[in-house]
Write a protein that binds this ligand. Structure first.
Ligand SMILES: Cc1cc2nc3c(=O)[nH]c(=O)nc-3n(C[C@H](O)[C@H](O)[C@H](O)COP(=O)(O)OP(=O)(O)OC[C@H]3O[C@@H](n4cnc5c(N)ncnc54)[C@H](O)[C@@H]3O)c2cc1C
Length: 370
């Protein structure tokens, strides 16, 4: 999001600074995801997620084509098992059409088998506008263009304080990320203060903590880990494209799905579990058998020996554990410090929507800087 916003605002304004606490850009959720260009079928009609995903989908394809970012518009299948689930597919299709997603159609078992000979399903929803992209290259390309437009990209710079002034916000930067060792470093490492006429909080999992630096304690982000396995090379022929189950009825995730990547590996995941720490990617990883259990209804011949553990990512959820439903993206000026713009709960489909979100942010920036 930071790169997309820097890309959008540096087109129109000078003196844009993108500060990132890690040594490189895009080490958070933005490169720890499925890399899927979502269509927008899942989200409540009229929500920001629905509107920005559908718009962002088109914008991202155009951006990738214009800047040679590796991607593939491969489409996807959402599969159903039995009449109950087939009804749910029709609802999903109706929801998608209400969101403006084009080309949706329910296909039968024979058609599923033609496209995916190893997948078991009684029917499936075909979603032609879904695709896959190299998230790393999206980040790098946005950053490169932003820099060419004059933006300053500063890694290893952590926002440690935000102090509203009369006509600006003083942004205090410390060196390195919050996990850098020792309070001694914290005390001696303050690098610089930037007087900003506008601050855009794109801190992902930590966006609630950055908002709290301005006294806004109204947001809380709950980290939800998504773990992946990968098919061993010899078994990657089992999946040709993207195959999804119906989404979790409680709205927690899209369910463990099968994703053929641009590198012809096949991801199985991500799972979805609330965790205590925002940077805990590896502790208590799920066993491979759990991925087999979840993927087997779609891929009956899958056995544990076909899988190896892969990476994990952490979602910035606004819905607390035990609650249900889909929380919308929050993209708004801070209620007390309106020259700060808060981007909170930018979970999936954040990668897909990044260019559309950035355009929306640029409109808010224009109101602040007018
Ligand atoms: C498992 C998983 C699968 C997903 N799959 C998809 C998908 O297929 N398609 C899709 O569209 N979306 C997907 N998403 C969602 C997508 O990845 C996110 O919406 C998007 O990457 C969020 O971007 P971000 O910039 O907000 O967060 P991040 O990429 O996490 O960036 C936030 C950055 O802020 C930095 N930061 C935090 N605090 C500070 C501070 N105080 N000072 C300086 N820097 C700071 C962090 O270091 C980090 O680099 C998935 C997400 C997950 C976790």
């Amino acid at each position: 999001m930071g790169c997309a916003v820097a890309h959008a605002v540096s087109k129109r304004w000078s003196d844009v600074f993108l500060v990132e606490q890690m040594p490189k850009l895009g080490m958070g959720a933005s490169t720890r995801n499925s890399g899927v260009i979502h269509s927008g079928i899942y989200y409540p009609p009229g929500s920001l997620k629905a509107r920005l995903c559908v718009a962002g989908n088109r914008m991202l394809y155009e951006f990738c084509a214009a800047h040679n970012v590796p991607h593939r518009n491969c489409g996807k299948l959402v599969v159903a098992h039995g009449p109950g689930q087939e009804g749910a597919l029709e609802h999903l299709a109706e929801n998608g059409r209400a969101n403006g997603v084009e080309g949706l159609r329910v296909v039968d078992r024979a058609m599923v088998r033609k496209r995916e000979p190893h997948i078991e399903a009684t029917a499936a929803l075909e979603v032609p506008s879904t695709g896959i992209v190299s998230a790393e290259d999206v980040v790098k390309t946005l950053a490169r263009i932003a820099a060419e437009q004059g933006a300053s990209l500063i890694p290893r710079a952590r926002v440690s304080r935000l102090d509203p002034q009369e006509d600006s916000i003083a942004v205090t930067l410390a060196e390195g990320d919050a996990s850098d060792p020792g309070p001694a470093i914290e005390q001696t490492s303050t690098m610089e203060t930037i007087e900003a006429r506008c601050v855009i909080n794109c801190a992902g999992l930590y966006a609630d903590e950055v908002a709290a630096m301005l006294g806004n304690r109204g947001y809380r982000i709950y980290p939800v880990r998504g773990e992946y396995c990968e098919l061993v090379r010899a078994k990657s022929y089992l999946v040709n494209n993207l195959v999804y189950p119906l989404p979790h009825p409680d709205g927690l995730s899209l369910g463990v799905h099968l994703t053929r990547t641009l590198w012809d590996t096949v991801l199985v995941g991500p799972t979805a579990d609330y965790i205590a720490e925002k940077n805990d990617y590896e502790h208590n990883r799920l066993p491979i058998e759990e991925f087999v259990r979840r993927a087997k209804p779609m891929l009956p011949e899958l056995v544990a020996a076909d899988l190896q553990l892969a990476y994990s990512g952490i979602r910035a959820k606004l819905v607390p554990p035990g609650d249900e439903g889909i929380a919308d993206f929050v993209i708004e000026p801070d209620r007390n410090v309106p020259r700060a713009i808060q981007l909170i709960g930018i979970e999936s489909p954040g990668l897909t929507s990044c260019l559309a979100i950035a355009e929306r942010v640029a409109t808010l920036v224009a109101e602040i800087l007018q």
